[in-house]
Design a protein around this ligand. Structure first.
Ligand code: UD1
Length: 390
């Protein structure tokens, strides 16, 4: 079976890495990796390839930044000839970025089946571009690999036939468990003269938080207040860095000397920092999941989450951006009263293996179907639910 996997932006790389390792172990899979180039800075892309030991992409589309329509269109224009030339049996997309959506649209129009990893994840907030990307990608996919029972329910509510949905767990947990040893040796916090548990880590990049000067200014004020209680390390996403400068907000930072602004970090450095933090503040989706896996309290600076399982079972607090609420939870954690979470079911480091098993079985079924003279445009045979994992 010939498979093309697509990555484009930072949160994609850690999701495809464990699957690539699994696919490489199966002689029946002929695999190509396409990088759309949505993220292109070395700190947003190259460092993840080296940290995660990902091979060089077979095809790099070099698309870069743009408006939503412009970026999506450029990825589509770049991906279509690749797909037409390679004629794969399956396209694998991960997560919810514009590249995920763009390549799904191209594959669907060329009638190439799509497998979506991280299917069914929903914030129910369509002002988030990622939510649009998730809903459309799932609607177009033939194989939907879900990370949690609630994601299965979301897909069922949207009318996705149950036989397409496979509850496999969270592939980010695979990457994290494979990298934990290497990350632990890094002691990244030492760069700032800090020790384990002596600091908070923050990430901010959602347009809803960083594209409005008032909102970003208020968040920086709040972080300044948190940093009066413990140092806060803030690796800056390029969008956030650009906006801080454009809005003249960097100048406020000297008033909060314990608010440490730094470059974006690679996977291992960030995992090291996150694992040893007292607490994490973030508007990222992936970091909500990663903190629940490593058991570090996470304050999500948003009004909604696409990972409610991390609030219900993990270490995540959905606090929003009200400074009073944020500081109250920070005080609670500093007083040693953080909630004790547990790692959600099937976030056990084995998700990619489960996905590869499903793909292997799907491929066999598909080949037998083709051999028995199915018309070439017949939709692929869907696997019956595998009782252990679906
Ligand atoms: C994208 C994803 C988001 C994900 C985030 C992780 C979409 C809609 N959004 O948001 O889901 O959480 O990546 O980082 O796909 N830039 C650089 N260098 C880069 C990449 C981007 O400087 O390598 C700057 C550019 O100014 C660009 C801006 O960041 O315009 C935004 O990049 P873009 O890929 O459009 O969206 P993100 O905010 O990164």
């Amino acid at each position: 079976m010939k498979i093309i996997s697509v990555v484009g932006a930072r949160p994609n790389f850690m999701k495809i890495a464990p699957l690539m390792r699994e696919l490489a172990r199966h002689p029946d899979f002929d695999h190509l990796l396409v990088h759309t180039g949505q993220h292109y800075d070395p700190t947003m892309s190259d460092v993840f390839f080296s940290d995660l030991k990902l091979p060089e992409p077979d095809v790099h589309l070099g698309v870069g930044s743009g408006s939503h329509a412009g970026q999506t269109a450029q990825v589509m224009l770049g991906f279509e000839p690749v797909l037409s030339a390679e004629c794969p049996d399956l396209v694998i997309v991960v997560g919810d970025v514009n590249s995920t959506l763009a390549c799904s649209l191209v594959a669907a129009k060329l009638q190439v089946p799509i497998a979506h990893i991280e299917a069914g994840v929903r914030s129910f907030d369509r002002s988030m571009p990622e939510e649009i990307n998730r809903v459309v990608t799932d609607a177009l996919s033939s194989l939907l690999f879900s990370p949690s029972p609630e994601a299965n329910l979301n897909l069922a509510a949207e009318g996705v036939p149950p036989e397409r949905i496979y509850l496999v767990g969270n592939v980010m947990a695979d990457t994290l468990s494979q990298a934990a040893g290497l990350a632990a040796d890094r002691h990244t916090f030492r760069r700032w003269g800090l020790g384990p548990g002596e600091y908070a880590v923050c990430t901010l990049h959602r347009p809803s938080n960083v594209d409005d000067p008032g909102r970003l200014g208020a968040l920086m004020e709040t972080l300044g207040q948190v940093s009066a209680r413990l140092p806060v390390i803030l690796p800056l996403h390029p969008r956030t860095a650009r906006n801080l400068q454009a809005f003249g907000l960097e100048a406020r930072h000297p008033q909060a000397p314990n608010l440490i602004l730094t470059e974006p970090l690679g996977y291992l450095d960030f995992l090291s920092l996150l694992s040893e933090a007292k607490l994490v503040l973030t508007d990222s989706g992936g970091i909500q999941a990663e903190t629940s896996i490593v058991g570090v309290p996470c304050l999500t600076l948003r009004e909604n989450t696409e990972w409610p399982v991390t609030v219900e079972q993990g270490t995540n607090y959905l606090v929003g951006t009200d400074p009073v609420a944020v500081l109250a939870v920070v005080e609670q954690i500093l007083a040693g009263q953080s909630k004790v979470g547990r790692v959600p079911e099937l976030w056990d480091g084995q998700a990619a293996g489960r996905i590869a098993d499903v793909l292997g079985a799907w491929s066999s079924r598909r080949q037998s179907s083709l051999a028995s003279e199915s018309p070439p445009d017949k939709p692929p045979i869907r696997l019956k639910a595998i009782s252990m994992i679906s």
